[in-house]
Unconditional design. Structure first.
Length: 193
């Protein structure tokens, strides 16, 4: 972003953090903010009446902004644990046990690699809802299909059914579909103007 601004070259950034484009004339952020995504997740979690929630999230700008948005909407008293997890953590059993002991009915998962937490939660016979951010739309390496983690839900940008069908036919999955859809729409706007 600083280079684009310095060189007066347009940069269309797939970035959720508003600071990427703030006070810059040539940097255009084309993805919703993580805060807005977190607010949408918070509204849906409230609508589903999930009750007590344990938060698990990565230590990066995206996850932190999503959590910030979620906390703006979801009742603070219903957030019973919040675990900022480093990307190299593979064993979540102690964190899951702590969340369960504090009464978590649901788990919010915004980790870089989300499926380890899900697998371990299910192995510990956790039956509550698991939901989260865009990272939940990844295929586990040993999954027989390209679907997101079974039984979980996450928030993302709206995807037109026709675009979803073309994308799945071409790539055989839906990973990174939100970014592809946003950039597709951007290219169509540029081509029309």
């Amino acid at each position: 972003a600083p280079l684009a601004e310095k060189n007066k070259s347009f940069l269309f950034a797939w970035a959720s953090d508003p600071k990427v484009s703030s006070n810059r004339q040539f940097v255009i952020r084309i993805y919703p903010s993580g805060i807005a995504e977190g607010e949408a997740i918070g509204r849906e979690a409230k609508r589903r009446n999930l009750g007590k929630v344990g938060l698990f999230y990565g230590q990066n700008d995206y996850a932190n902004s999503v959590i910030q948005g979620f906390r703006k909407i979801y009742p603070e008293g219903d957030i019973v644990s919040a675990e900022a997890v480093e990307s190299n953590v593979e064993d979540f059993r102690a964190l899951l046990a702590r969340s369960r002991s504090r009464g978590a009915n649901a788990l919010f998962n915004c980790l870089d690699i989300p499926w380890s937490l899900v697998k371990q939660a299910r192995a510990l016979r956790y039956t509550g809802e698991i939901f989260g951010c865009e990272t939940m739309n990844q295929t586990p390496p040993d999954a027989p299909s390209s679907d997101a983690i079974e039984g979980s839900w996450f928030a993302t940008v709206p995807i037109a059914p026709s675009f979803r069908e073309k994308y799945r036919n071409r790539f055989g999955n839906e990973e990174v579909i939100s970014g592809a859809a946003v950039f597709y729409d951007l290219m169509m706007l540029i081509a029309e103007n």
